[in-house]
Write a protein that binds this ligand. Sequence first.
Ligand code: PEP
Length: 256
Amino acid sequence: MRKPIIAGNWKMYKTHAESVAFVKELAPRLAAYTGVESVVCPTFVALAGVCEALKGSGIGVGAQNLHWEAQGAFTSQIAPPMLQGLAEYVIIGHSECRAYLGETDEMINKKVKAALAYGLKPIIAVGESLTQNEAGQTAAVIGGQVRAALDGVDAANMTNIVLAYEPIWAIGTGKNASSAIAQDVIGGTIRKTLTELYGNSVAQGVRIQYGGSVKPDNMQDYMSQPDIDGALVGGASLKVDDFAKLIEAAAKAKGV
Ligand code: PEP
């Protein structure tokens, strides 16, 4: 069985002090839910503090991005070795990075390979725009993004990769994709693409999250779908009570 994984993407919210205080309050709330993997992804400057505060808690830490080069004249960027020891996961290909930082499929693929080379586990986000969705292009866009991100990644690495289906029109908008639509894209397009690339047994082992206006009151619905293995959560991960309720709902829905 795939272990459910819920990751909180804090985006550009919370100072270092706020991040540390948050996880200190969160950790005891999640202690009983060992059947669900919980991950928080704070801003880069809070990674060290959060990592220290979470030692021994079982809660994982992720970064929100990385550069593909190991070092160099890339002002403002963070290299994979800089994240070693601070982050287990790294979000790659978030639609906000694709839109505001000009990240292309090719850059995302380089980032995925760089993360893996340094022992970091990518959470690869893919998603279609509203225009693409309304034009009936969802499967083609998502299948294309998955193939591009994984170009040159071998099957042995797939256990270290999490995919996240995040329809752009559902992120931070309150307009979530229904659980049936999310299941259809995750099972019917993403896992099917993984099966074509790596075979059924590898594809069945890869965890795939849904992301886009996930809240405590709709979490159980998503998690009741057979191919949805967790969630990548923005807004609802910023409050201790909401985040804890997401984990509780995931544990209940999956019976873990
Ligand atoms: C996200 O940022 O990945 C996200 C899904 O945001 P929200 O939950 O706020 O829609």
